[in-house]
Design a protein around this ligand. Structure first.
Ligand code: BG6
Length: 435
């Protein structure tokens, strides 16, 4: 559809920016907190201590209350993600998500958060990128497979099942405890294209879309396993076991909106059965018998080799909305790059501005397509430690003066993109021009 006139962003559109606890806070053993799986596994290997990160925790005493109160003071609406890749190490030892009790651990955790912050937090996201935990757990330091396990795929999907039940119960609890609040999932969703018009490439793309994307949203919204995924799990002897009450819990959890992270699309062709599972989301070879990943020659890449596809963002928004008809908030979208701090304390990052501008333009096209958008939170508010490429890969609007191993001053500097995004927010997305 070529639109003649673009609709404006909604009046109450939420312009934000995201971070995650374990990637910015530091203070990993402070105030009674124990280590998480990330402290134990240290991915990327050798990354300078997670006890510092961007040193965010020490800058706000009574951390979470202060962050929330400070946001509210400036009319910033906090959106809280409950779990972002950091299972407590003590629970990892008890089997992590493999343990059926993990459902109760998560629901209790949700209850504590609703009790303590529910008076001020109105938007909640459950589990960040559950699909990446399931598909590329070893790359991001989250997968915990109990010793002696002989069917890793089955175990992984059993963990995934526990997360889905935990999420559904947390959504129901949120509605019970906080009637005015809204809650939704936060997977990483990106449309998978067929590499050609060969019908078998479309089958491969459908398979991959189901396994990578729709499984998670179908479960969150309808409480039902996607049929293509179920068939894949059956074929691979990896069907998860339902415990008593699971089906009912899944049917009773309803999101109020869909949150998702978007970085890029994928492209696949028919599987020849020889693919080896593994790699990160950009470098995986595909799934044996499901789809074969290929590079898309029509797309540019970031300095870190991630394909850039703003139009794919519109494609993905259109597809998600037409499948689920729930408002959408983008919980992550951004460019990882090498940034340089100049002697006069500036960071010139036109590449980041270009990336965000092109994505925001496509979001507006999607709004004009009648996709109901609630908000957009780029990744990330401030520089943080990338999941597997360390501090050198920066995403923030705010530069943190530290290197991979040298903690330097930890001072903060606003990048050019900070001032640019400030203008975007002030004009509610109307002015995307350079500064
Ligand atoms: C998302 C994660 O997958 O992508 C973030 O939720 C992560 O935690 C972001 O930082 C970018 O990925 P990476 O690997 O470049 O840090």
């Amino acid at each position: 559809m070529l639109h003649k006139k673009l609709k404006p962003f909604p009046k109450d559109f939420l312009w934000g920016a995201s971070t995650s606890a374990y990637q910015v806070e530091g203070a990993n053993l402070t105030d009674g907190k124990g280590p998480s799986c990330q402290d134990v596994k240290q991915v990327p290997e050798g990354t300078s201590p997670l006890d510092v990160c961007a040193d965010q925790y020490h800058r706000c005493i009574e951390y979470y209350n202060n962050v929330i109160n400070e946001c509210l003071k400036y009319n910033i609406v906090p959106l809280v993600t409950m779990f972002h890749f950091d299972m407590p190490a003590a629970l990892d030892k008890r089997g992590s998500w493999s343990n059926p009790e993990s459902v109760d651990w998560f629901v209790n955790f949700a209850k504590v958060m609703f009790e303590n912050y529910g008076d001020r937090v109105k938007y909640w996201l459950t589990i960040n990128e559950q699909n990446m935990l399931t598909l590329v757990g070893p790359v991001i330091g989250t997968l915990c497979i109990p010793e002696g396990c002989t069917n890793i795929l089955k175990e992984t999907y059993q963990q995934n099942h526990h997360m889905l039940v935990a999420q559904a119960k947390a959504m129901a609890l949120c509605h019970e405890m906080l009637p005015g609040a809204k809650i939704g999932p936060a997977p990483n969703i990106s449309l998978i294209y067929p590499n050609s018009n060969k019908p078998e490439d479309t089958i491969a793309a459908q398979n991959m879309n189901a396994i990578r994307n729709w499984l998670y949203l179908d479960m969150a919204v309808y409480g039902k396993y996607n049929n293509l995924v179920w068939s894949y799990l059956e074929e691979n002897d990896a069907v998860p076991e339902f415990h008593e009450g699971d089906a009912e819990a899944l049917a009773n959890g309803h999101p109020d909106f869909i949150g998702f992270n978007y970085y890029s699309t994928g492209t696949v062709e028919a599987s020849d059965g020889t693919e080896v599972a593994g790699g990160d989301q950009q470098n995986s070879r595909g799934l044996p018998g499901v789809a074969h990943n290929v590079k898309n020659p029509n797309l540019m890449k970031t300095e870190f080799g991630w394909e850039i596809d703003p139009i794919g963002f519109r494609n993905t928004l259109r597809e998600v909305y037409s499948r689920y008809r729930l408002p959408i908030v983008i919980t992550e979208n951004g460019l990882g790059a090498y940034d340089t701090l100049t002697e006069d304390g500036k960071v010139h990052d036109p590449y980041r501005i270009t990336y965000l501008r092109e994505h925001i333009k496509q979001m507006r096209e999607a709004i004009t397509d009648d996709v109901e958008m609630m908000g957009y939170c780029p990744w990330s508010a401030i520089d943080l430690i990338s999941t597997h490429e360390g501090m050198k890969k920066r995403y923030g609007f705010i530069y943190v003066d530290r290197d991979e191993f040298d903690l330097k001053t930890l001072d903060r500097y606003r990048k050019d993109s900070f001032y640019w995004y400030k203008k975007v927010i002030a004009t509610n997305g109307e002015d995307l021009s350079d500064l």
